[in-house]
Design a protein around this ligand. Structure first.
Ligand SMILES: [Zn+2]
Length: 343
């Protein structure tokens, strides 16, 4: 069992004594001081016990609420809507895969100081239920975005996929900029219920971010309206169905609905045939998952390769570079324009 971090940092002091929360980190870390209260808390946690109600303490200036999210785009939209009213964390460490990641004791403990937890659901985070149960905090407010949106079923070619979409619906809603605007609305409503005094600000910031997302949507529409091809071969898991549907494209995903659902040799041969007969210019790949396979298919089909990021999480390098969700989507658009020969 990982030991609690016993370090001091410059983070803002939480309303409970002895717990620091570093808001500057993408993946928040809670550091603990050796106080009798914390010792008792750790003892209770390590014994699997529920956390007692925190002692009353005067509220401090700064963010009023603490929120944890499960995928990078959700963290970005929540941060945009919450502004300075909330500290928003991403529970995945940089580079972790949302479907294969397993929460550790320290992750369960992160929930002990939270006000809210926002996740996609629909099987995207198969560990979320255990994490919430493990935290044992009935007062924690939870928003499952997937339950508030018109989800599409998984593609018919992915009937047996596990992990992602095991509940039958495709969870990759954030890759459609129109659905992202709905997500911003849902988060503004949720935060307003949580912190009514901030409602006007949440609404204003949601509207501002929706206009950025609206601009992204218009650029996708315009840039992908006149293309030689509308089918893209993707050496990755089938994350782009909402995007493909929105802009009239066809996704041929070599993996299933989850990156650990690797194709059989027969499926791979059929993709190479498809790439050849369609004369594809570019074979796309999921970074960290499908580049080698894309090179192989591209070599057989006389094509090049380009990445398409589904943006579930950032790599450590992307995190260090301060890459945003909008950056990721704009890079995806550039690569699609190239690969589909759009004018
Ligand atoms: Zn996915």
């Amino acid at each position: 069992m990982p030991q609690p971090t016993l370090s001091f940092n410059s983070g803002r002091v939480d309303s409970r004594p002895g717990i620091f929360y570093n808001a500057s980190e993408n993946s928040p870390r809670i550091s603990m001081l050796k106080t009798p209260l914390v010792s008792a808390l750790l003892l209770a946690l390590s014994a699997g016990g529920a956390i007692a109600a925190p002692p009353a303490f005067p509220a401090e200036e700064g963010p009023a609420i603490k929120i944890m999210t499960t995928v990078f785009p959700l963290a970005e939209i929540t941060r945009a809507v919450a502004g300075a009213r909330a500290e928003v964390g991403l529970i995945l460490p940089p580079g972790a895969e949302v479907h294969t990641w397993q929460p550790r004791f320290g992750d369960v403990r992160k929930l002990s100081s939270l006000d809210a937890f926002i996740y996609i659901g629909s099987g995207l985070e198969p560990w979320a239920g255990d994490l919430l149960r493990g935290a044992g905090r009935p007062a924690l407010r939870v928003l499952e975005i997937g339950r508030t949106l018109p989800l599409a079923p998984l593609a018919a070619s992915d009937p047996d996929d596990h992990a992602h979409g095991r509940e039958g619906a495709d969870p990759h809603v954030w890759l459609d900029p129109v659905l992202d605007q709905m997500i911003a609305d849902r988060i503004a409503d949720f935060l307003s219920a949580l912190e009514p005094s901030g409602a006007a600000g949440f609404r204003d910031r949601a509207d501002a971010f929706k206009s950025v997302l609206g601009g992204l949507d218009r650029d996708f529409q315009r840039s992908l309206s006149n293309c030689r091809s509308r089918t893209f071969i993707y050496c990755g898991h089938s994350a782009f169905a909402y995007l493909a549907r929105r802009y009239g494209l066809e996704q041929v995903a070599v993996f299933g609905a989850s990156p650990d659902a690797a194709p059989t040799p027969r499926e791979l041969a059929s993709v190479i045939d498809k790439a050849k007969s369609a004369g594809v210019r570019t074979v796309f790949f999921e970074p960290g998952i499908g580049e080698k396979m894309a090179r192989m298919i591209a070599a057989g089909a006389g094509a090049d390769t380009r990445p398409l990021s589904a943006g579930h999480n950032l790599t450590p390098a992307e995190t260090a570079a301060g890459r945003t969700f909008i950056d990721i989507m704009r890079t995806n658009l550039e690569n699609l324009k190239h690969g589909l020969s759009c004018r």
